[in-house]
Design a protein around this ligand. Sequence first.
Ligand SMILES: *Cc1c(COP(=O)(O)O)cnc(C)c1O
Length: 431
Amino acid sequence: MTSRNDTLFAAAQVVTPGGVNSPVRAFRSVGGTPRFFARGSGARVWDADGKDYIDYVGSWGPLILGHAHPAVVQAVQAAAANGLSFGAPTEAEVELATLLCQRVPGIEQVRLVSSGTEATMSAIRLARGHTGRSRIIKFEGCYHGHADSLLVKAGSGALTFGNPSSAGVPAETAAHTLVLDYNDTAMLEAAFAREGDKIACIIVEAVAGNMNLVAPKREFLDACRNLCTRHGSVLIFDEVMTGFRVGPAGAQGLFGITADLVTLGKVIGGGMPLGAFGGRRDIMQSIAPLGPVYQAGTLSGNPVAVAAGLVTLQQIAAPGFFEQLSARTSRLVSGLCAAAKDSGVVFSAQSIGGMFGMYFREHPPQSYAEVMQCDVAAFNQFFHVMLDDGIYFAPSAFEAGFVSAAHGETEIDATVAAARGYFEKISSKQA
Ligand SMILES: *Cc1c(COP(=O)(O)O)cnc(C)c1O
């Protein structure tokens, strides 16, 4: 019998490229049919066939309170009843901007946009406009949305400028982006020694979450900060994923490093389309209407999205929120590691705040090259067994996972038990 998921996927492929509105959703790297979701509540989602799953994707990060949190739903309904959009300022935008300025280190002024991609694209334009320089530095394996200048991979030599990583990106655009290795301080220093005075900005995920999870080396983040200061370049921390996810003050708060500009998204919209970029007042004042850098948006500061964001940020400010979220996430990670160890399966995992990485290799990776050494086939098998067992991990070996406040010990322990059963089965087969 064909499932409703199969039927929907077939229909979707007729009218939408690959059947999806964002590529990873298509299950290309793990194979099989993507699940079409009909409903979510707390830590669980239900697919089109009515099967339920414990969800560790959380819409790729935003749903830190879980699905359909009553307070968020109510705030969204109330805002919607008062009008969906005005294209004019509202009081709630002032409230959200004020909260972001209070809670995010280094944000003196902030502008709201509708996605993480818009936030990073605008922050880079701003850094270029403010410095009068064209070149930017990014790191292999970090993802900053899909603006042209960021869809770039390393050139042939370590310090040569980048090549497009997507068709449709002009080589001339990519040529302004230098792509270096994450956590490689010496390579970064060499780049600045060579052309520091031409570099508009570094954009970096201070905790990398788009090549699975890679923790930063302290000296690497310090070098990013110090080199930008010394050379008059703008340091952009892309905290679209890590903001209000790894801790109450994001990665900046964890490492005690303040960037010049910070980009936000995901959690700050509570599941609605909302992004933001903000930072030093003198830089932010280069934006129109005050300055020469253009940036705008018909739906920017959308009242329904802002309402979802505001109530989400209020909820996560509850005392002990991040302590509990971190404890739950590390309970998951240590449970998985212990289960793998007991069965002799080559596996490692780690968590930072409410995000985690799982790796089919001996130790958590520290670089993009090490991430690439993970056993993708082993992950794909694990993924499908877990999926059948009602546990929804991200459908790719190269994505981070997310735990929400709605994930209780029951869900975490059920997940660990399912993984333990699988690890035991594969190890007895090998024996
Ligand atoms: C998700 C993400 C983006 C892009 O955000 P969208 O809302 O998908 O456009 C940018 N940077 C980082 C670090 C992200 O994780």
